[in-house]
Write a protein that binds this ligand. Structure first.
Ligand code: QAP
Ligand code: CO
Length: 173
C-alpha cells in the first residue's frame, strides 16, 4: 500500500471517520503503511484520514530521550474513546497535514482513552505530557478537526494570511 499525506486545505481532512468493524489483514496493511509514511515524514502521530482513509484509526510514536522511535513504543488505536480528561496544558503543535506551521494549542493535561488494538482487543491507556497531547490531536482528526481550528479568531486569521503567502511563494518558485 503506497500512501501519501493529504494536506490542508484539502476538504478530505474534514470528513468524519467511520468505526472499524473488521480487524482483518486490510486493517493491518493500512496500519503498517501508516507507520512507514509517518516515520518517513518525521511524524510522531498520524490519523488514517491524513492518508485518505476515513476510518477511526490512529498511530502514535513519541520519541524517547534520544529522539528514537523504536517499534516497541508504537501505539495503534482503533475506535478510540476519551473516557476521562482533566487539567489544561499548552503546547506548540504541528501536523503532517499542515507542514511547516506550528501554533500554541490548549489541551487537557491528562486523559484516559479506551480503544481497540489491531486484533480488536480492548485497552485503556492513561496518558499525560506529549502522549496525552498527541492522542487528543489525532482523535480530533477522526472528527475532521485540525489544530488550527483550536486557535483564537485573531491567531487563525494570522495563520490564514501566512498560509496564503507561503502557498503563493510555492507556486511562483
Ligand atoms: C501531532 O504531529 C502532534 O510541520 C503529530 O514539516 C503535534 O507528527 C502531537 C511534522 C504536536 C503532539 C504534539 C510537522 C513533520 C510532524 C511538520 C506530527 C513538518 C514535518 C507533525
Ligand atoms: Co495532525
Amino acid at each position: 500500500m503506497n500512501l501519501s499525506i493529504v494536506e490542508y486545505p484539502d476538504k478530505k481532512l474534514r470528513e468524519k471517520s467511520l468505526k472499524v468493524e473488521k480487524f482483518d489483514a486490510n486493517l493491518h496493511k493500512l496500519l503498517d503503511a501508516m507507520h512507514s509514511v509517518m516515520i518517513k515524514t518525521n511524524g510522531i502521530g498520524l490519523a488514517a484520514i491524513q492518508v485518505a482513509h476515513a476510518k477511526q484509526v490512529l498511530i502514535l510514536n513519541i520519541p524517547d530521550e534520544d529522539g528514537e522511535q523504536p517499534l516497541e513504543n508504537l501505539i495503534e488505536m482503533i475506535n478510540p474513546l476519551l473516557v476521562y480528561k482533566e487539567g489544561e496544558t499548552i503546547y506548540q503543535e504541528g501536523c503532517l497535514s499542515v507542514p511547516s506551521f506550528y501554533e500554541d494549542v490548549t489541551r487537557y493535561e491528562n486523559v484516559s482513552v479506551n480503544y481497540q488494538d489491531r486484533n480488536g482487543n480492548t485497552n485503556t491507556l492513561e496518558a499525560t505530557g506529549l502522549l496525552s497531547i498527541a492522542i487528543q490531536h489525532e482523535m480530533d482528526h477522526l472528527v475532521g478537526v485540525l489544530f488550527i481550528d483550536k486557535l483564537s479568531y485573531a491567531r487563525r486569521k494570522k495563520f490564514e494570511k501566512e498560509f496564503k503567502r507561503v502557498q503563493k511563494e510555492k507556486k511562483s518558485s
